[in-house]
Design a protein around this ligand. Structure first.
Ligand SMILES: [Zn+2]
Length: 284
């Protein structure tokens, strides 16, 4: 299934409902929407998610990353961190249950200062606690943790695959797996020589994707065909493995605008993705 991320800047350019219509006609059947339950615009995000689900879209929720959603704060302030995550799970379960559909939440490790092993351990505990809660209280919710862009100024947990394999070790991947952000992984390697190519173990645990390319200026979230390396070989590995999750385009509004009309770039990327998948599937 092909999907796309409907971020805030896209919604300022065009009403979310309109973009959902446009992408539906291009074959998109899944959408990813940012949820921040502590923000004023959360009601709008919920309404947009409901609108998408009414149309027949599958939904992925992009979890908030700041404040109490930064899981590395767990050791210093466990209660507010767990309360924030509980609230998000409650909201998504209510929404998913009302449509009788499973909804994926895409989480992000976090960033902080101090001993890296301790920060990884904090994130691991939050993820394992959520997986336990999902088992008991959230039958419609699935989880993924995303590979993050590396930034040498921060200790960013989840910017390399070793972190992610450790954080999700022992979890049932039908409940909690990994999000392969193809542009992040590629940029981490090309710009910072940081991290290796995706290992077999990493690819096996992938349950969600963020698909975009990295251009000659090292900008990620670029439209397909605008980058210096095609996503085709990464897609091929997923198709060969029989990946059943969403192929979600995560284009930046500003990045897409650099190359032309952003909506046209998004539509063209959806068509390019669809034809790449078709030709790769034909060869399996
Ligand atoms: Zn991403």
């Amino acid at each position: 299934m092909i999907g796309f991320t409907l971020g805030t800047l896209w919604q300022q350019h065009m009403r979310g409902e309109q973009l959902l219509e446009a992408m539906w006609t291009r074959g998109c059947r899944s959408v990813e929407i940012h949820f921040h339950p502590y923000r004023d615009d959360f009601a709008d995000a919920l309404a947009l998610a409901r609108h998408a689900m009414d149309m027949g879209y599958a939904l992925t929720v992009h979890a908030a990353t700041d404040g109490d959603f930064n899981a590395v704060h767990y050791q210093a302030r466990p209660e507010p961190v767990m309360r924030a995550h509980r609230l998000l799970l409650d909201e998504v379960e209510n929404l998913a249950a009302s449509y009788g559909q499973a909804v994926m939440i895409n989480f992000h490790g976090g960033q902080g200062e101090g001993d890296r092993d301790e920060l990884v351990e904090a994130v691991r505990q939050v993820v394992h606690q959520m997986a336990e809660w999902m088992e008991e209280d959230y039958p419609h919710v699935r989880g993924a943790v995303e590979i993050l862009p590396h930034d040498p100024l921060y200790q960013r947990i989840g910017d390399r695959e070793e972190d992610l394999l450790r954080i999700t070790e022992g979890l049932d991947i039908d409940r909690f797996g990994l999000c392969w952000d193809m542009g992040h992984l590629q940029r981490n390697r090309s710009l910072f020589q940081y991290g290796g190519p995706a290992s077999e173990e990493f690819v096996r645990r992938v349950v969600h994707t963020h698909i975009h390319e990295v251009d000659a200026e090292h900008r990620d979230h670029c439209p397909l065909g605008r980058g210096v390396v095609s996503v085709r070989s990464d897609l091929e590995r997923l198709v060969q493995r029989g990946y059943q999750g969403v192929f979600n385009l995560e284009l930046g509004f500003k990045e897409a605008s650099l190359y032309g009309d952003p909506v046209e770039e998004l539509c063209r990327s959806a068509e390019a993705l669809s034809s790449m998948l078709q030709s790769l599937r034909g060869r399996v």
